[in-house]
Design a protein around this ligand. Sequence first.
Ligand code: MRU
Length: 349
Amino acid sequence: MSDRDSFQSISWENGYLRIIDQTFLPKREVYSDLTTVGQVWDAIKKLRVRGAPAIGIAGAYGFYLGIKDFSMQNFDMFYSESQRIADYLNSSRPTAVNLSWALNRILVTIYAYKDRSVDELKEITLKTAITIHEEDRRLCKEIGLHGAELVPENARILTHCNTGGLATGEFGTAFSIILHAHKAGKVNKVWVDETRPLLQGSRLTTWELQKAKIPHTLNIDSAAAFLMQQGKVDLIVTGADRITKNGDTANKIGTYMLAVLAKAHEIPFYVAAPYSTIDMNLESGGLIEIEERDDTEVTAFAGKQTAPKKVDVYNPAFDVTPNNLITAIITEKGIIKPNFAKNFEKLFT
Ligand code: MRU
């Protein structure tokens, strides 16, 4: 396989944003062209584009789509309207910090060039979005190379949700580790949690593993404990949506459960993420806003109602794994072991 995935989840097509609409996968590979900031907001909200780094990249291009037709020439007006666009995009999904990180990076860049004309600032905005996209590809490759070193020979790896090229600029985070360990001949198989309720594991991760020709088996989320009890899992690796200063990690609902199980079965539990997922402004996981999604994601399955009408539902999209359950966090800077607070301070400030 080349350095480029056999699909391109996000691409800038000279004036508009093209995404694979992930809601159609695995049945159909449908590309959707987004020409307005409203369409980008909607695509993020509805998980047409999803995964922490991918929504940061899409948000950055969406920012440009939102400002490209501004007609004012005054910097203060341009900046305050740009802030409005950033706030709007950021309201689409709250948990993954990569979105606000990317939007904020553009705002900071615009401000740094405040002496330039508005036309130049628009160009700078697009260039920053492209840089964020390109940089993510590089970071994900680095994560994969570092993380592959942790994978033993003949490894059986369990993963959750989707963390591959669909969820990032390319390669993925946890998926990049699997990919690079596979290239090194170390992967026996990947256990893929289906990831209820939206099935990112069964719809998306298996699709990517099939394309990469990596051996894998799909299991329901609640089979994970039994797999570990039978000694069929050597390590667990997941991605992250937001990691706080002390290493507490928000990721797809069900991740915390895996970390507790890993501890009970003495299996290493790794988290993989680029620096853009580390939120050095939040002290600990209890401060992370957890997105709650629509009841219908739980009360219906494949279009069929599976719970009585008007049933009360709790549907958090993410949970928080406390740092003491995490063996190491793999970033582009290498393998970070506890004490995370101390090590993050050294590497990311
Ligand atoms: O709700 P989703 O599908 O956007 O959730 C995605 C995850 O939880 C991923 O594990 C995380 O974003 C890491 S992606 C490289």
